[in-house]
Design a protein around this ligand. Structure first.
Ligand code: ZN
Length: 301
């Protein structure tokens, strides 16, 4: 049961970029050499929500290759086709992801000159073992990610509905929306030419952490604007909604993930920043509503 429904019932939804991901889309070329994300990827980086849920790179599953689409994918495509209004987004996770992407496109079009939408929004059902993107083959356990090579954002229903809560995140609808907004943050970074800064330096002060914290800040900027103005798709957000996003940002900090996995906290291995940093940068974006306040690339973070 999700907490408060956040979309205006009468807001209208554009489902044209969304489709079910995984399975049948596996390309043979990407299978060569095996390995999952991180090994099959040739010089291309993809941007995750967390550093942990994927675990070690795995052999991509053969499932779906040349076998058409799964029952779960058929259901996702039916849900996408039926996704017309905010009322649908309030009832259904697939539709909530699509509607959030619409709101993100609307808000960012007002903030970024020449804004372009991502090329695709892929939603993976639990019976899809892996997905092929321009960044390589990603196992279903990878968690939500954005691939800058082909501008595609990927979300797994299992992560959105179950895994994030298991990690200590919130069950609020707005928590799911924060996750979508974080990946859109990487799309903005791609449009602005900042995404490759992730490769500058490693560890707690390195490029990856800086890029990830900026994506959290951008998610906050979106949140500050998504419920305002004539075309707003969200109802006025409450503190409870915002707390849902904060709880989830807290849950997916590198230090918290390492601690919960029974490991020692090792800043040298950080990729996304601590819980405190993730919450602080999301909040900074939310309170300022200004992308210029999301400069994580200079100074200490
Ligand atoms: Zn990310």
């Amino acid at each position: 049961m999700l907490l408060r429904m956040t979309f205006r019932d009468d807001s209208s939804i554009d489902n044209s970029l969304a489709s079910a991901g995984g399975g049948g889309g596996l390309g043979r070329g990407m299978m060569i050499g095996g390995g999952g994300i991180g090994t099959v990827v040739i010089g291309l980086i993809i941007y995750f929500l967390t550093g942990s849920t994927g675990g070690a790179p795995q052999q991509p599953s053969q499932q779906g290759a040349g076998q058409g689409i799964s029952a779960g994918q058929e259901q996702v495509n039916r849900d996408i086709a039926a996704c017309k209004t905010g009322a649908d987004a309030n009832k259904n996770t697939t539709c909530r992801i699509v509607a959030t992407s619409n709101s993100l496109d609307k808000v960012w079009a007002t903030l970024v000159r020449g804004y372009k939408k991502p090329a695709g929004l892929k939603i993976m059902p639990s019976d899809a073992a892996s997905i092929n993107t321009g960044c390589g083959v990603a196992d279903a356990g990878t968690g939500p990610f954005y691939c800058p090579a082909d501008n595609v954002a990927v979300f797994q229903l299992d992560f959105m509905d179950r895994v994030i809560k298991k990690m200590g995140g919130s069950n609020a609808a707005f928590s799911q929306e924060y996750i979508v907004a974080h990946e859109w943050g990487h799309h903005i970074q791609t449009l602005l030419g900042d995404i490759n800064k992730a490769q500058q330096g490693k560890g707690a002060q390195g490029g990856s952490v800086r890029v990830e914290l900026q994506a959290d800040c951008y998610a906050g900027v979106w949140a500050s604007k998504a419920d305002k103005g004539d075309g707003a798709m969200l109802k006025p957000l409450t503190q409870e909604d915002i707390n849902g996003a904060i709880q989830s940002a807290q849950a997916i900090g590198d230090d918290t993930i390492q601690r919960n996995a029974g490991r020692n906290v090792n800043p040298e291995s950080f990729s996304h920043g601590t819980s405190e940093q993730r919450v602080r940068w999301f909040t900074q974006g939310y309170k300022s509503g200004a992308p210029s306040q999301c400069n994580t690339f200079t100074g200490s973070i």
